[in-house]
Write a protein that binds this ligand. Structure first.
Ligand code: NAP
Length: 335
């Protein structure tokens, strides 16, 4: 059960207003992707009444921008990303998780009670927090990329592909994301270049084969995008050959960047230990971070596998770790 702190007025102080009450929850989960919602399912079933801070604009996480999810066990016909996330949320709420569509602006993890401040101005407190904040799209880091963002430059094919009917576009990257985006974009575009900095893809064989077999896709090997051209909208890109250093222009209507993701650690980078790869450091196979009562799960701790199902499993670990921590806290007497 949640604890209540009663801060009474000093004896003899002027007429006591009401008792000031602070509601300290047992568990707050930050993030609503597969890690966050799976942690919520487990924590709610353990009667921890978790509060899930789901974000105001990105609730459901990355899978909300995905179409067919073909590799989540239990769905032999595949499942749409948003449908999968809606079902995970329903399952968590069914067992008593509370979901709010708000953004965390800051956290204070130092004391026994963790403070989570929200964009709405609300401040939530809990004995334990799980970070399941996932990762953010990586940017190339060239000038035109930001300037033309939303005007031809995009990080999300399912969000923006529709605007490129019968147009020529390019996808940058050589991993699964780039193959998935390129293949999806051929539904709309007349031509899709895949621009990769090496001559060998990182993507899984099945995704590679699908892209190679698609007649609308043309691979541009050993090439880096060094500039995005256009005033009001993208008109082309400048490519540099990574072997001989030569440059050339390629006329385009759109550029999709799919070069990976970086863990979202901006809330905690000065409070929790991070790894050399920028993920939150956890203790072995657990979800325990460098601060007791603070746990982390999903892509924010995983630089390697980053699958929906591994994130979900990681959320399970975090919920179980938080449950054990809270049980021990209860046995020791609440602070
Ligand atoms: P990734 O596997 O890290 O691939 C990133 C790609 O972008 C690499 O080919 C990399 O080139 C390239 N790259 C990185 N930084 C670059 C830069 N600054 N400029 C140009 N190119 C750059 O990332 P991902 O494709 O997003 O996949 C991440 C994880 O999610 C993987 O585990 C993947 O299997 C998984 N995933 C799975 C599915 C699926 O199963 N349906 C779909 C999407 C993603 P190099 O190869 O030269 O390093």
């Amino acid at each position: 059960m949640p604890r209540d702190y009663h801060v009474l007025n000093e004896p003899g102080a002027a007429p006591a207003p009401a008792t000031r009450e602070k509601h300290v929850r047992q568990l707050i989960i930050i993030g609503s992707g597969p890690a966050g919602y799976t942690a919520a399912v487990y924590a709610a079933r353990a009667n921890l009444s978790p509060l899930v801070i789901a974000s105001s604009v990105e609730a459901g996480g990355e899978l909300m921008n995905t179409t067919d999810v073909e590799n989540f066990p239990g769905f032999p016909e595949g499942v749409q990303g948003p449908e999968l996330m809606t079902k995970m949320q329903e399952q968590a709420e069914k067992f008593g998780a509370e979901v709010v569509y708000d953004d965390v602006v800051s956290v204070d993890l130092a004391g026994p009670v963790k403070t989570v401040s929200l964009g709405s101005g609300k401040v939530e407190e809990a004995d334990a927090v799980i970070f399941a904040t996932g990762s953010a799209y990586r940017k190339i880091g060239i000038e035109g990329e930001e300037r033309l963002s939303g005007r031809g430059v995009s990080w999300c094919a399912t969000c923006d592909g529709f605007f490129f009917r019968e147009r020529t576009i390019a996808v940058v990257g050589g991993g699964d994301s780039a193959m998935e985006e390129a293949t999806f974009l051929t539904r709309f575009a007349s031509k899709v270049y895949v621009i990769h900095r090496r001559d060998e893809l990182r993507a899984s064989k099945i995704m590679q084969q699908r892209a190679f077999a698609n007649e609308k896709i043309e691979f541009v090997w050993n090439s880096e995008v060094i500039d995005v051209l256009g005033d009001e909208a993208v008109t082309g890109i400048v490519l540099r050959d990574t072997v001989d250093g030569s440059t050339r222009e390629l006329a385009l209507d759109g550029l999709f960047v799919a070069i990976g993701n970086d863990p979202r650690v901006h809330l905690v980078h000065d409070q929790l230990e991070l790894t050399g790869e920028g993920t939150i450091r956890v203790d072995g196979r657990s979800s325990r971070t460098s601060i007791p009562g603070v746990f982390a799960a999903g892509d924010v701790i995983d630089p390697t596998y980053r699958q929906a199902v591994t994130a979900a499993a990681s959320g399970t670990v975090a919920a179980l770790d938080a449950e054990h921590y809270l049980a021990a806290l209860g046995e020791a007497g609440t602070p």
